[in-house]
Structures are given as C-alpha cells and as structure tokens.
Design a protein around this ligand. Structure first.
Ligand code: CTP
Ligand code: MG
Ligand code: K
Length: 181
C-alpha cells in the first residue's frame, strides 16, 4: 500500500468514530447522563454529556458505518484505494467507544477541577479515539487487527488531533459550539 492509500483507509476506518462527536454537538441537550450528581464537590460528568447527544452520536456513527459500506464498492472501482468494510459490531463499537471515551474524558476533566467546556489539550483530541479503538479491539479483534495495522494507528494518532481542532474551530465559527476546542 502506498502512503496515500494507508492514509485514506485509516481515515475511512475512523469515520464512524469521528462523526458521533459532531452529531452529539448538533443533537445534544436535555437531561445530563450524570443526572446532576456530584462527586467530591464536582459534577460527575457535567451538563455537556447528555442522553440525547450520546444516543444520537452512537446512532449516527453506526448508520455512517452502514452507509460507508454501501459506497465503498463504487469508490474502489473508480479509484485505486482499498477501503475497509465495517461488520455491524465493528461500526457499533467504534461509535459507542467514541462516546464512551469522550465521557471518560469529561469524568477526568471534572476530577481535575476543570469546568464544563474547559480545554484539556491531548485529552480533548484523543479520548474518543482511545475509546473507539479499545471497543473495536474488544468486540471485533480479527477485524481490528486487519484494519488498524501499526501504520494505520500511527496515521490515526497524527490525523485525528488535526481534524478535531479543525472541525471544532469550524463548529465554533458556525455558532454551533461555545468554545473553539
Ligand atoms: N454533547 C452531548 N452529549 C455528549 C457529548 C457532547 O450532548 N455525550 C454536546 C453537549 O451539548 C456539549 C457539546 O456537545 O456541550 C460539545 O461536546 P464536548 O466539547 O465534548 O463537551 P463540553 O461541553 O466541552 O463538556 P466537557 O468539558 O465535559 O468536555
Ligand atoms: Mg469541549
Ligand atoms: K470532549
């Protein structure tokens, strides 16, 4: 595989992980996951993690995986790229893992005294990736091994923070998000 195909395949494999975060921003609101509960004087997760955003994110990521499978054939016949396909359990794992990683990130931010929306460089950009990869590896180990080779993981770790910063600045400029991170 050339460098470009590795990059494209790794990006494709991560789309069901990237989309839930953006979907949660658009669909979020309403009752928080933690029900307002506190731990040691700080919220357990905070008002930024809602049932609606989490469920919507998992649904959108899973549907994206199914949709990507449908267009992959056509892209492969018209380009030289070789794209991964998502077994249903892999799609669900990537989407749910992304939302889980993001929730763990918020949990850690609250424990370190950061209020909702506060920046946590590194954590903000990679918590959902860690969750996605961990869930996918657990639920679909053979598929994970084939899809996330070492070069693919390296691509993901470099490309994701850049994409995350880019999409969040865009969402902020569009007035969809309160902070540009
Ligand atoms: N969101 C949601 N449910 C989630 C994740 C996100 O409803 N599981 C929505 C919330 O409206 C949230 C917005 O998407 O405010 C932006 O997400 P994020 O930046 O992850 O949350 P923050 O508000 O920054 O909160 P935290 O400090 O806990 O990360
Ligand atoms: Mg945030
Ligand atoms: K976050």
């Amino acid at each position: 595989m050339t460098g470009l195909s590795t990059l494209v395949a790794a990006f494709w494999a991560m789309l069901p992980s990237y989309l839930p975060n953006n979907a949660a921003v658009l669909l979020g609101g309403g009752p928080p996951l933690d029900g307002g509960r506190e731990w040691n004087g700080e919220r357990l997760l905070g008002d930024g993690k809602t049932w609606r955003g989490t469920a919507g994110g998992i649904l959108v990521g899973t549907l994206a995986a199914c949709g990507l499978n449908r267009v992959a054939d056509r892209i492969e016949t018209t380009t030289s790229f070789s794209l991964p396909r998502f077994p249903l359990r892999a799609g669900v794992a990537l989407a749910a893992g992304a939302m889980f990683g993001d929730v763990v990130g918020s949990f850690l931010k609250r424990r370190s005294g950061r209020d909702r929306g506060a920046m946590a460089p590194g954590l903000d950009q990679l918590d959902f990736v860690a969750g996605s990869l961990a869930f996918a590896r657990l639920v679909a180990p053979a598929w994970f091994g084939r899809t996330f080779t070492r070069p693919a993981v390296a691509v993901v770790l470099v490309v994701t923070p850049l994409l995350h910063v880019g999409t969040n600045v865009a969402a902020y400029l569009l007035g969809l998000k309160d902070e540009p991170w």
